[in-house]
Every structure is written in C-alpha cells, then in structure tokens.
Design a protein around this ligand. Structure first.
Ligand SMILES: Cc1cc2nc3c(=O)[nH]c(=O)nc-3n(C[C@H](O)[C@H](O)[C@H](O)COP(=O)(O)OP(=O)(O)OC[C@H]3O[C@@H](n4cnc5c(N)ncnc54)[C@H](O)[C@@H]3O)c2cc1C
Length: 400
C-alpha cells in the first residue's frame, strides 16, 4: 500500500502537469481520465510568461516553444468603431521584462507535449476510460470507483477534474454559476481569413455584452476565433441555424469586421459560461482539489489553465517536502495558492464587466481610462501575474 501511486483524477493540463512534476521528485502517480482517450478538445489557448516558470523547471521549454507561436502584440479594439483601445507589445520588450514569452498554441499540441513526457516516465501510469463516480477517504489512503466498476487505491488523491468537478461538488457542495453569457469557438484555415485581419497578433474586440478574441495558430496556418455574448438563452440547447441567427442579431450593430468574423464561425459548439466564487479551503483529509476544480476563473485574463499548471508544480513540491504527510502538504498548498488564484478569479470578473463588455457611459469611461495606458504602465499592471511565483520550499530545483 505504501508503494501505491498518488491518484490524480483528470488528465487535463492540470492533472498531467501534476503527474510530471511529482515524477520529477521521484514520486509515482496514476492518472485516471474519464474520456475514452487522453487528449484535448481542439482549439487555441493563450499563456502568459508565468507558465514558463513551470515548463522550464520540468525541462519542457523547448518542446512547448516548438509547437507554439509568440504574437507581436495583444490588442484590444472597440467593437463599435474598431478603434484600438489597448496595445500590449509582446515582442522583444515584453520578453526582456518578463524573461519568458507570451504564447498562443493549439491545445492539442500542448497536451501532446505533456502526454509524451508522461509516457516517457516509468513513474506515471495513464488510465483512460476511467470515469470516477465515487470515492472514499479511508484515513490511510483514498479509494475510488469508476463507472465500469473498477476500484483504485492511492495514498492521496488530487482532483483535477475540471470546472464541473465531482470532488468539488461532494467536498464543498457549491456549483458553477452561469453568468448569462455563452461562448462559441472555431478554427478555420488561415487561407480563408480576409487580408485586412491581423495575422500576427491576439485581437480582442470588446463591446456591449459581447466580445470576440482571435489569433493565429500552428505557425500561421490556422486561425482561432472565440465569440462570447450575453443571451437569455444561455441555458438552452439548439441547432446550428438558431445559434447563427442569434449571433448575427447580437452583432448586427457592431463593426463590420466583427460581423465578418461571425460569418466564419462553426456553430456546432456553444457553451454557457460559468463562474465560481473563490473559496478558502480546497482539501479534505487526503483529497485536494487543483486547477479549475479549486478556482476556475472567467476567461478574461486567459489564466485558468495557467493557474492549473502552476498548481501542479507547487503541489508536487509541497508533497515531496511533507514526506508522506499529505494533509499538511495540502493545507500549505491552499495557503500558498489562495490569494494568487483568487486574485485571478476576482480580476477576471472585474475585467469581464468593465473592460470587455462595457456599454453606454461605462464604455466612455473605459475608453478614457485605457487611453492613458502605455507599455510601462501595462507591464507594471501585469507583473504580479506574469512574473510567476517563486519555489514554495527551500528545496533545490528538480533535474529536468
Ligand atoms: C472558451 C475558453 C477559453 C479559454 N482560454 C484560456 C486561455 O487562453 N488560457 C488559459 O490559461 N485558460 C483558458 N481557459 C480556461 C482553461 O480551459 C481551464 O482553466 C483549464 O482547462 C483547466 O484545466 P484543468 O486541468 O483544471 O481542467 P480540465 O482542462 O477541464 O480537465 C479536466 C479533466 O478531467 C476529466 N474528468 C472530469 N471529470 C472526471 C471524472 N469524474 N473522472 C475522471 N476524469 C474526469 C475531463 O475529461 C478532463 O480531461 C479557457 C476556457 C474557455 C471555456
């Protein structure tokens, strides 16, 4: 029993990073993934330089950089008149300030980098098609059962099972709160994108009750679009035709370039956007929540996965330092990660309301305020996030 691997439920970016980080400390992990195969859903994802503090220590920098791109800038444009509101240069000056780059990457490609590294490790067992439906903390370890009747036992359990976490529901009992918005996302070949659309930057269009984000992927061969808007039908399921009609109506008065982007969307994927309040405790005995299960933010800062990845490194180091005293490691983990992750949640919520979706006088206030934001100011505002976090313990860095 003492040699049983630590159980990780969920093989998303948070779960796989945790398994890898544990293995670097000589600890074993068994990752239980509910889907028939390990793999991500295919769309783009952005990361700030803070994740590279983790990838660098895991020895994955070069592999992550090989599958990602670094945009020239992150731009915010007014969805009504198309004027540029904010420009965050993410080239040389950004790299000089934050040491690491800002990247955009296809989620599948990043997932595969982590999966390949897990598969190369003898310390990690990946178990697909293992949907966990029940669990029991037995005091000396945790037992889980899966939908097909299998049982797994481990000395402790990391619940990295995402925003609709079974473990969160059972241990904390709250649920995700719909904010009345839906998100649609699509990827199209770059060849289909009009010539006047920027191909080297992340562009965020902010407007009354809606925003669009787009950026290139896979070294400029693909183009990722996410459209988010407020709707009374957020909880309803519909057909592609009704989604299209609704979106065209929402964006009817907005800038023609935004409407052209809507015309390129694939309408099969539509999700209600949910938010969670920060909570102080994420662990119970030998079970701890990690990533979205513990602190899912709105997407405004593009940091949900970044926080899950940071969690994985931090938690592994604390487990190693606590020398099998899992409740102590988990308590320290909560304490160390709380204010940073809660700040991401709360700032994401604030940005959602006043920066992304401002309308009427509020949008005048926003535009007047951001007009004074130059590079130095923006870099200062982002430093708490992008500078990353120091190692939580006095232990030497891991071997890569
Ligand atoms: C439209 C959109 C855009 C986003 N853009 C960004 C971005 O640019 N940058 C960023 O950092 N974040 C972004 N995010 C947030 C990011 O997707 C999440 O924060 C991140 O995926 C959380 O990682 P995780 O590992 O905690 O959970 P998940 O990625 O949700 O992984 C959970 C895993 O657990 C598995 N699972 C669930 N239940 C069980 C169970 N009972 N048994 C076994 N397995 C189970 C699931 O199948 C899944 O593989 C975005 C989110 C959305 C919706």
């Amino acid at each position: 029993m003492a040699t049983d691997p630590i159980l990780i439920v969920g093989g998303g970016l948070g779960g796989l990073t945790t398994a890898l980080a544990l293995s670097r400390w000589g600890l074993t992990a068994r990752v239980l993934e509910g889907a028939p195969e390990f793999g991500a859903i295919g769309y783009g994802i952005q990361f700030g330089p803070n994740v590279f503090h983790v990838f660098d220590r895991l020895g994955l920098m070069d592999r992550v950089l090989a599958v990602s791109d670094s945009p020239a800038a992150v731009l915010m444009w007014d969805a009504l008149d198309g004027k540029e509101l904010v420009r965050i240069p993410t080239g040389a000056s950004f790299r000089a300030r934050f040491k690491y780059p800002y990247i955009i990457v296809h989620r599948i490609d990043l997932h595969n980098v982590l999966l390949d590294a897990c598969r190369r490790s003898d310390a990690i067992e990946l178990v697909a098609d293992a949907m966990v439906t029940g669990f029991q903390d037995r005091g000396d370890g945790v037992a889980v059962t899966t939908a097909d009747g299998r049982t797994f036992f481990g000395p402790a359990l990391v619940a990295a099972d995402g925003i609709r976490s079974l473990f969160r529901q059972k241990l904390i009992g709250d649920s995700e709160r719909p904010v009345g918005y839906v998100a649609l996302r699509t990827i199209v070949p770059m060849a289909d994108v009009k010539a006047d659309v920027p191909r080297d930057s992340v562009v965020l269009w902010g407007g009354p009750g809606c925003h669009i984000v787009h950026y290139p992927l896979r070294h400029g061969t693909e183009f990722n679009i996410v459209a988010v808007f407020r709707t009374s039908t957020y909880a309803e399921k519909g057909e592609a035709a009704s989604y299209r009609a609704e979106l065209e109506q929402t964006y009817a008065n907005l800038h023609p370039a935004m409407r052209a982007l809507i015309g390129m969307m694939d309408f099969r994927w539509r999700r209600s956007v949910g938010d969670r309040d920060p909570v102080r405790h994420w662990h119970h005995g030998r079970i701890v929540l990690l990533g979205d299960a513990a602190h899912a933010p709105l997407q405004s800062l593009a940091q949900g996965a970044g926080m899950a990845i940071e969690d994985g490194l931090c938690l592994s180091e604390l487990i190693h330092a606590a020398n099998d005293d899992f409740p102590t490691a988990f308590r320290r983990f909560e304490t160390l990660r709380l204010t940073r992750t809660a700040r991401v949640q709360l700032e994401s919520r604030a940005i959602w309301d006043w920066l992304l979706h401002a309308e009427g006088v509020a949008s005048d206030v926003r535009n007047a305020t951001v007009a004074n934001w130059d590079e130095a100011h923006l870099f200062d505002c982002l430093s708490w996030l992008y500078d990353g976090v120091p190692s939580p313990t006095k232990f030497k860095p891991m071997n890569g």
